[in-house]
Ligand binder design. Sequence first.
Ligand code: LFR
Length: 493
Amino acid sequence: MTLRLAAVDLGASSGRVMVGDIGEGTLQLTEVHRFWNGPVDIQGTLHWDILHLYRETLVGLTKAAAGGPIDGIGIDSWAVDYGLLDESGRLLSNPIHYRDSRTDGVMDEVLRTVPAEDLYAITGLQQLPFNTIYQLVAEQSLDQAHQLLLIPDLLAYWLTGIPGAEATNASTTQLYDVRTRTWSEDLAHRVGIPTTLLPTLREPGHLIGPLLPELADQTGLTPSGVNGEVAEGLRVPVIAVGSHDTASSVVAVPAAEGENFAYISSGTWSLAGLELPEPVLTEEARQANFTNEGGVDGRTRFLKNVMGLWILQECLRVWGTDDLVALLDEAAETPAFGVLIDPDDPAFLAPGNMPARIDEFCARTGQDKPATRAATVRCVLESLALAYRRTLRSAREIAGREIDVVHVIGGGSQNELLCQLTADACGVPVLAGPVEASALGNVLVQARALGEPLPDLGAMRALVRATHRLRRYAPQGRPADWDAAESRVFGTR
Ligand code: LFR
């Protein structure tokens, strides 16, 4: 059986529609459409342009249809953000971007009602100011709202008319009970969020429903029949995948059977951690602010959000250049361990003048500011590598696991300097790739739902490994230099 599947993969800085061709031993991904995504500031509030994302999704699906029949559609996106629907199913207001300042101070307010220990015992989630629970407490339109749909579920609703909440993404809301794998109605009550807003949960692989007839007409999408020809009258199913992009990208980690691996899903954010069979809800895990997000097939994504390439993206925007290649070449020639920052400092969360904020961080910490743009780039990359080193070391210690290799997946796996610095900082080899990990995880889960013999994550990962070229970075340099750099930024352990 060969399937052609469309993956709609929405990242915080770009959206993509990709077509995956999957058959026995084959897995090939082709990008058919890419479009801008990012915050839209209207009078001081940061929004997502959700109608633009919907329209571009349809353009991408139309392009996918032009290449032949399509057997399924899966949607994944960044987490935590949502749209609210009124009673008739209409979107009440434009979804707000998680980097918006409306949640400033809300976490502390909620923690006065629900102690941090309780929150962690129920949800196992890291404290991030933008978790859905805090956004809902800050929400203006809650009174008129009938239902909440997370971003991929909102698009799936617009494509099929069927609402629901996919579980991996629901697990990022901090309203999901990680022990029972259901919504925590108790928690919702305690913070004043009506539980009627929370839709029925669905697992990755669930068939959401067929594409609405008018959209099938508009896009020209039709599935293939048994012999691969177009099946007249049938409508393409929209299938729930790991709709949290990080859940999908972890599916596509090309780990070998039995390998002790960590992963860094590297894009706007760097999600660094381990895949575990069960959540770790210990006090140590809570103190270290590790999250236990839901993975495909009931796995736990035990990880931390590291600020990621966002800082660099904002530097490029402010400098008015997109020539990252030249800057990276220069940064590679810049002396090591000049200026260092803590990338997770809250100063770097909101959009803005990152080079100036890096300079301010240096002033605050008694360092000279970077002398050139290349030095700023080097500072960001070395600081990220240091944060990965710290995060993966504590993941290993807290979960009691070994790490023999770090898989870097996603767009950041193309950044050779960052991959090398990561290997050097972590002291183990880095295997870099695939670049389009979320879209691959998306189509793999769809393929299984449609009957492709991919029984488990091991089989999916073996297929990615067999069909994608990975690049290996062996650790270089002196571990003592990284020890010294780490204590400069974070103090001694
Ligand atoms: C990555 C990601 C992270 C999530 C952040 C905000 O794209 O989904 O996993 O913490 O975006 O939603």
